[in-house]
Design a protein around this ligand. Structure first.
Ligand code: MEV
Length: 309
């Protein structure tokens, strides 16, 4: 049988991370310059389903579904199709930084499930795919809001509220972002867990911070849909200050955010779970080189340029 490849993009949270776990809205966009891919091909008879994570040189089978996300993704795909275990070899690869807040786990699951379903003769829709990836996300970090699987599976900018149908974000004027990687890998479940503990200790303080973040998100959505890009920089700075108050920034993130602003970014904030991982900076196209250079000089291990549209 012919081999099948599928891919899924990385993502950035534009506004609203963490507060989205507590029912406030958030905005996210796919990043197509980094991708996870899965290739499914026929394997020897009676070999069962084998997964090779090429970047990690890790081999998995369905028996690993209790400990490894990709094996769980494959198991969920087979359950969804009502198909017995096939003899296939699945090779997964990803250029999305691991534990960097760019959705690497969700993208690997999405690519794998899409490729496996297509190989087995069933094309899976975005909604069903997103629901399965959400189940794997729960394995990775306990109580995800569902924003990562949504933006990655639909491949479009979203306005998202937990538990509701996703709304697509209409970007009137595309805008340029730089994504700077601190190089400090921090799994989302760590910072999500830390925020939860802090919220349990001081619920009123944290609810007020989530409300403030939600209000920034509403303003940002309106600005993006009206094409008022100039409003977004200050809103990013405001969102970053609130995330710092939540306790999810880090010295490395602070340094990159500060350097980006000094070099001419209109605004900058951490993006995703925080504690390390990535930050984003809103830049005028004329400033992309200068801000990118400043970020690298300040220690960013990777700087990506993406157009949100
Ligand atoms: C992670 O990309 C975004 C968080 O808000 C977690 C979540 O929404 O599940 C930190």
């Amino acid at each position: 049988m012919k081999g099948i490849t599928a891919s899924a993009p990385g993502k950035v949270i534009l506004f609203g991370e963490h507060a989205v776990v507590y029912g406030r809205p958030a905005l996210a966009a796919p990043v197509f310059s980094v991708q996870a891919t899965a290739y499914v091909e026929e394997a020897l008879p009676n070999s069962g389903l084998l997964i090779h994570a090429a970047d990690l040189d890790l081999n998995l089978s369905l028996a690993d579904a209790v400990t490894h996300g990709p094996a769980l993704a494959a198991q969920l795909a087979l359950e969804h199709l009502g198909t017995p275990e096939p003899d296939v070899q699945i090779t997964i690869r990803s250029t999305i930084p691991i534990a960097g807040g760019m959705g690497s786990g969700a993208a690997v699951s999405a690519a794998l499930i899409r490729a496996l379903c297509t190989y087995l003769g069933h094309s899976i829709g975005d909604e069903a795919l997103s629901a399965l990836v959400y189940e794997v996300e729960k394995f990775y970090h306990g109580m995800p809001s569902g924003i990562d699987n949504t933006v990655i599976c639909y491949g479009r900018p979203v306005y998202y509220i937990k538990g509701r149908e996703p709304q697509f974000l209409l970007v009137k004027h595309p805008f340029d972002l730089l994504i700077g990687d601190t190089g400090v890998a921090t799994p989302t479940r760590i910072t999500v867990g830390a925020v939860r503990e802090a919220w349990q200790r001081a619920p009123q303080t944290y609810e007020a911070l989530f409300d403030a973040i939600g209000a920034v998100v509403e303003k940002a959505q309106a600005a993006i849909e009206r094409g008022e890009v100039a409003l977004l920089g200050p809103l990013m700075n405001e969102n970053h200050a609130l995330l710092r108050e939540l306790g999810v920034s880090s010295p490395e993130l602070e340094q990159l955010v500060k350097v980006a602003r000094t070099a001419g970014a209109a605004g900058a904030k951490l993006s995703g779970g925080g504690g390390g991982g990535n930050m984003i900076a809103l830049v005028d196209p004329a400033n992309v080189e200068r801000v990118g250079h400043a970020l690298r000089k300040a220690g960013a291990v990777r700087v990506l340029h993406t157009l949100i549209r």
